[in-house]
Design a protein around this ligand. Structure first.
Ligand code: AMP
Ligand code: MG
Length: 464
């Protein structure tokens, strides 16, 4: 067992930064209980809809909740969960193990999301087990420990609903509310307010994902957290050339979880959560089902508000005008027509607020005249902000990252970590991704897209 990644910053948030490396391996590689914490650990059962199909055979098959700790800053309870720690009662045919590369990949993606300011679970540790796992190429095995606001999923509710365990469903609801919506804990009738809170968090989360070009790739109901964090980094990836139909996952042949489908799929999942809550709705309220349907339908409105807000900020705007969305959509159309790199385009647009726009023009080919027309409209709109251009640029820079985890760079870092046991590139990539909104000159090589051929061939896998 060799410690491969030790996230001291995440550890500090739960007071674990003083552990020695040996203690670190003892706790997070061999699961010696942390003082006063869960003993024995807890594997959770859940169900879920995977690619629309109901699966009643899910659960922590290769992980468990190892400890629960309070976050110093907020006092909220966090779960320390494992992945790749061996078989549990819910492993069925699986070996309960994980390979090193996908665990390092989850670490990169989670840290990148965290630095981007997007709610996410984070890797606390990746420890090489010293054994090889039975997958293609016999890769080295590893254990990941992640920190999560909780591991309650839409599928956790589906589990009790499917089994018609109403008392347990109520207890789960109370537990989830106490953890994620304590302000609602005193209400006698919680299901609808809780559903609204989950819808709001997901609407915000998906808008943030889309604002940085993130594609989760496997938004099954067992991978949607009640807390509103991004969870389960499997076939996820960041889009490069802008196209809402972009999908990387090798198993998503229909493009169900494509970039632009994400709001609709989130809403579909929330409808499953609503159904799971039906047994605990107030039976005396004859309109209750209709009200639940309205909450789910209201997701689209919530998402639209957050997405419009994201786009406005991405254009450097803070005031609200009715035509802002059309202005933003027209820019996205331009990007789509030439599959322009999403991240570069918005960053160079931000730079063009106070500087020259030649580099932005260089991203385009035949659409350059259309871009010039659009830029003129945008500058007219910006003139009505009543703010300095410096302030508008600051708005844009704060949401348009300079660096994201580009697929070819992530792959390069992982292959050197696994094939050559050299973690240098992995660590350099993590460092660069830790300050995504700053223009750091030395990080410029990380801002370059892959060649179109490499990008088009990129495929991601579930990492099981
Ligand atoms: P995931 O892709 O990690 O979200 O897992 C989906 C389901 O498959 C969950 O029920 C997991 O517990 C289970 N699973 C995934 N990989 C393994 C494995 N190597 N061994 C046992 N169960 C697994
Ligand atoms: Mg999962």
């Amino acid at each position: 067992t060799v410690l491969r990644f030790r996230n001291d910053r995440a550890a500090a948030s739960v007071g674990l930064e003083t552990l020695s490396d040996a203690e670190w391996v003892a706790h997070f590689g061999r699961f010696q209980p942390l003082a006063g914490n869960l003993d024995p650990p807890l594997a959770q059962r859940y169900h879920g809809h995977q690619f629309r199909v109901y699966n009643p055979d899910l659960g922590d098959g290769r992980g468990f909740t190892f400890a629960q700790m309070r976050e110093a800053e907020t006092d909220r309870l966090l779960d320390l969960g494992t992945k790749g720690s061996g078989r549990t009662p819910f492993s069925r045919g699986g070996d309960g193990l994980a390979a090193l590369a996908p665990m390092l990949r989850e670490s990169i993606m989670g840290e990148a999301m965290h630095a981007l300011g997007i709610p996410t679970t984070r890797a606390l540790a990746v420890i090489r087990t010293g054994e090889r796992v039975n997958r293609e190429g016999s890769p080295p095995g590893a254990i990941l420990v992640r920190v999560a606001a909780s591991h309650l999923r839409v599928g956790t509710f589906e589990f009790f609903a499917a089994r018609e365990e109403e008392v347990m469903l109520r207890r789960l609801l109370d537990y989830a509310v106490a953890r994620h919506d304590p302000a609602l804990a005193k209400l006698s009738d919680k299901p609808i307010p809780m559903l609204e809170a989950v819808c709001e968090r997901q609407a915000q989360l998906i808008a943030r994902w889309m604002g940085v070009g993130f594609i989760h790739g496997v938004m099954n109901t067992d991978n949607m957290s009640i807390s509103g964090e991004t969870i389960d980094y499997g076939p996820c990836a960041f889009m490069e050339g802008f196209d809402p139909a972009t999908v990387f996952s090798s198993i998503d042949r229909q493009g169900r979880y494509a970039y632009g489908q994400q709001p609709a799929m989130a809403q579909w999942n929330l409808a499953r959560l609503a159904e799971a809550l039906l047994p605990v709705l107030d039976a005396r309220d004859i309109d209750v089902v209709e009200r639940v349907e309205q909450v789910v339908a209201g997701f689209a409105v919530r998402f639209d508000r957050h997405w419009t807000g994201q786009l406005r900020a991405k254009l450097g705007l803070a005031a609200e005008e009715p035509d802002d969305r059309a202005l933003a959509d027209d820019f996205l159309q331009l990007l789509q027509r030439e599959k322009v790199d999403f991240t570069l385009a918005f960053r160079l647009l931000s730079d063009a607020i106070t500087g020259p726009d030649a580099a932005l023009h260089d991203l385009f080919g035949r659409e350059r005249p259309a871009l010039s027309d659009w830029l003129a409209r945008w500058r007219q709109r910006m003139a009505r902000e009543g703010r300095t251009l410096q302030d508008c640029a600051a708005t844009a820079w704060s949401v348009n990252p300079f660096v994201i985890p580009r697929n070819h760079q992530v792959e390069a870092a992982l292959s050197s970590a696994v094939d050559e046991a050299d973690l240098g590139p992995f660590e350099r990539l993590l460092a660069v991704l830790g300050r995504p909104y700053e223009t750091v000159e030395s990080a410029r090589p990380f801002t370059l897209p892959a060649s179109p051929e490499v990008a088009a061939a990129h495929r991601t896998f579930c990492g099981t």
